[in-house]
Every structure is written in structure tokens, then in C-alpha cells.
Design a binder for this molecule. Sequence first.
Ligand SMILES: [Zn+2]
Length: 302
Amino acid sequence: MSAVRTVLGDVPAEQLGMCDAHDHLFFGSPRLPGQELRDVSAARAELAAFRALGGAAVVQWTPYGLGRRAADLPPLSRDTGVHVVAATGLHQAVHYDEETLGGLRGRLAEVFVAELTDGIGASGVRAGLVKVAGGFHALDAHARWTMTAAAEAHHATGAPIAVHLELGTAALDVLDLLCGELGVPPHRVVLGHLNRSPDPVVHRQAARAGCYLAFDGPSRAHHATDWRMPDAVRALAEAGFGDRLLLGGDTTTAAARSVNGGPGMPYLLRRVAPRLAVELGEDLVGRVLTENPRRAFAANWR
Ligand SMILES: [Zn+2]
């Protein structure tokens, strides 16, 4: 059976509902000191605000070691009635200390598989995707290591792989590695942050390869390109790739939460969806928010 692996268990794909395909309830990195997402009541309020606008599911792309708070996710999902998917995986090396990375050498795929099948730490909460990251226009040794382990975990479990593209770049390098060298079927790969590098030719090439393309934001990191997103998405839809598109909020700092005065998760439904409906029509936007995520994130779990 094709199911999305949520923090409350496997959910039949068709029950997922309107989905924020890339976001964070909890996240913390030494790169963003003082901006950690770790307040449980703020996370609950953010989910409730998303739910109030019709939101039904959130996919959290926070990987290993960056403050996922896995044990807090099931009660939040239960309290708010929003499906939540947690991630395993590893971010770029700059987000970790040497000791953490050293402890994962030689057993990274094993850790990913354990988090997908047994649970994250002692929480019993299973991850539903593997999140990894590329670099700026290139893949370094760390990216190759983590993507190799992600591919291995995919082959063992069926899990989808979601990729942070640094400033939206290196999309084709990621596909060459994951799908070309490592044999991951393209439709099991989600590329994130594509709007940070709005090159329509590369977007089309990636879509043609068969992966999913996530447009996530707004955020300060996307500010220079946020205004190009509707055009980029329309160009892909007109080229016949409407069924490859995903949308997310990517809230990564406390200040970006709607409950703290930022756009947060509700913005996706409050402003992004109506704006895109001008370009794509309401029907396609509805499918992008409901049908595409369930295809992208459901798996025949092994
Ligand atoms: Zn993210």
C-alpha cells in the first residue's frame, strides 16, 4: 500500500489533504544562533493557524542533529489535526561539529534506515523522508557521502529523498549523482529551493528528468527571487510539468513564524495559493497542494 509515513503512523496517500511540502516546526543550527525554532507552544499555534486556513499536512525537512524534537511532534499533530511528516538525513557539514559527523562515519545509511523504520532516537517516531543538501553549484565530499547514504536508505526502505539546493543551484549535479550514479528513481527525489535560482531552462531539465520541484518560501534568503516564483511555476506548468510542482513555506527562524509576526505556514494558503491561482488557475493550484505531495511523499514502505 502506498502510504505517507507521518509521526502518528502510516497514512494512506489519498488521505493526506492540502500539504505544505517543505517546512519546519523545529530547527536549530549554529549558523542561525538565537533564531532556533524550539518553542512547542509556538509550533502548536503555527500548525493551528495553518489548519484554520484548510491546511492538512506539513512535511518537516529538519534532518538529524538539528533540533527536530521528534517526541514533541505526535502530540502537536494530534492536538491540531494536521498530519506531520518528520525527516532523517543530514544537512551540509557547516551545520554540525566534527564530533557529530565523526560519530556517523561508516554508519550513516544505517542511521537513516533506523530512523525511517524503528524511529528517531528513543521517541518511537519514524521519519518519512531523507533530507540531504547540495552545495553552491557543486557537490563536495560531504554531499556525496550523505547522498550515497540517502540512496542506500531509499533502496532499503522506499523512502523519498528531499534535497536542499544551495541557493537553488546544482540541481542537475544532484540528479546526476542520485539518479544517474546511485540508481534512485527520479520520481523519488524532491528538489527544494528552486526559486532561489530561477533559471527556466534548468527548471525544465530537472522536471523532464522526472523529479519533483519544490518552490518554498517566502523567506529572507529568497527575497531577491520571490517575485519570480509565479512566472517560474507558470512556465513549468505550461511546459506540461504541473504534476511535478510542490509548494512549501520553509519557516526556518522564530521571527518567520506567523505567530511572531512573520509570514509563517499560513502564508502559503493565505497569499501564495491565491497569487499562483492567477497564473495557473485554481484547479491546478489545488492539485499542486494536494495530489502532487501525496505522490511525492507516499512510498511502498519496506
Ligand atoms: Zn527547509
